[in-house]
Design a binder for this molecule. Structure first.
Ligand SMILES: NC(=O)c1ccc[n+]([C@@H]2O[C@H](COP(=O)([O-])OP(=O)(O)OC[C@H]3O[C@@H](n4cnc5c(N)ncnc54)[C@H](OP(=O)(O)O)[C@@H]3O)[C@@H](O)[C@H]2O)c1
Length: 255
């Protein structure tokens, strides 16, 4: 029997990077998947094809987490997908992964950048989760995504990292709030990952890879695949007694 037989996961930002690897890990373990993309439908279609190749059902939905007023409509589209494809109105796993990277020194910070990071990384996640609360099965799982930057500090990441820090606090509160329903809530904090998210930084400063590898106990920069399995584990039976925890998956960056 598949580990995740009859389970349905909702993963935001599943079209690329860490979300894509989380989706493939969950599907590989037998879960069906609803995942979101923001603008890159082509990447989403490729992920849907891969999920089908793993023998699981997939539905890709467009979702912009910065558009707070669209969250109610998005949750209705999740409901429609659940009823059409699974004849149910609940999900088992919610993986709040979608995000963008933006960094600016305080002197250059604009209100626009602040608001965009705040909505995508904190307000949007909170209100999406709120709107989905009644649809998460008792005994289900919520996995949020933070960053190593909420523990160590690198110049210019203050707003991004502060929003992730807020999510770490919120994770503990929600774990308490949902414990009575047997729902676990945890947050994974990846270190630097060599993927689209950091492409601009790595392209403009190729020596960055070496610097990060030199400051990482396991001696290399992370890849998206390093994180998918952690999300898969947190959704598994074996992780049922873990809740309210920040789990750093950084290969030992800056320890
Ligand atoms: N990469 C790292 O070094 C790193 C380290 C620590 C934490 N993280 C966190 O890991 C998560 C995933 O990042 P990643 O590295 O996988 O990034 P990525 O490769 O750039 O992928 C980002 C994903 O989020 C989606 N997305 C972007 N803006 C969105 C918006 N406004 N609303 C909804 N979805 C949106 C993208 O959709 P499209 O494909 O349509 O653009 C894509 O699916 C983020 O929360 C990030 O903060 C990343």
């Amino acid at each position: 029997m598949n580990k995740f037989e009859n389970k349905v996961a909702l993963v935001t930002g599943g079209s690329r990077g860490l979300g894509r690897e989380a989706v493939l890990k969950l599907a590989g373990n037998g879960s069906d998947i609803i995942f979101t993309y923001n603008t890159n439908k082509k990447a989403a279609d490729e992920v849907s094809t891969k999920i089908a190749q793993l023998g699981r059902k997939a539905v890709a939905l467009q979702f912009d987490q910065s558009n707070i007023s669209s969250i109610g409509r998005f949750v209705e589209s999740v409901s429609s997908a659940l009823s059409e494809h699974w004849q149910r109105d609940s999900i088992d796993f919610l993986v709040n992964n979608a995000g963008i990277g933006k960094h600016e020194m305080l002197a250059d910070l604009t209100e626009e950048t602040f608001d965009s990071l705040m909505k995508i990384h904190f307000k949007g996640v909170l209100f999406l989760t709120k709107n989905l609360l009644s649809k998460i099965s008792d005994g289900g799982r919520i996995v949020n995504i933070s960053t190593g930057l909420a523990r160590f500090s690198l110049p210019a990441y203050r707003v991004y990292a502060s929003m992730k820090g807020a999510m770490e606090v919120s994770t503990r509160y929600l774990a308490k709030e949902l414990g009575g329903r047997g729902i676990t809530v945890n947050i994974v904090a990846p270190g630097a990952i060599d993927n689209d998210f950091n492409k601009e930084s790595f392209d403009s400063a190729p020596q960055l890879r070496e610097i990060i590898a030199g400051n990482t106990a396991l001696g290399r920069v992370g890849v998206s695949e390093d994180i998918g399995g952690v999300v898969g584990f947190l959704c598994s039976e074996n992780a049922g007694w873990i809740t309210g925890q920040r789990i750093e998956a950084s290969g030992g960056m800056f320890i």
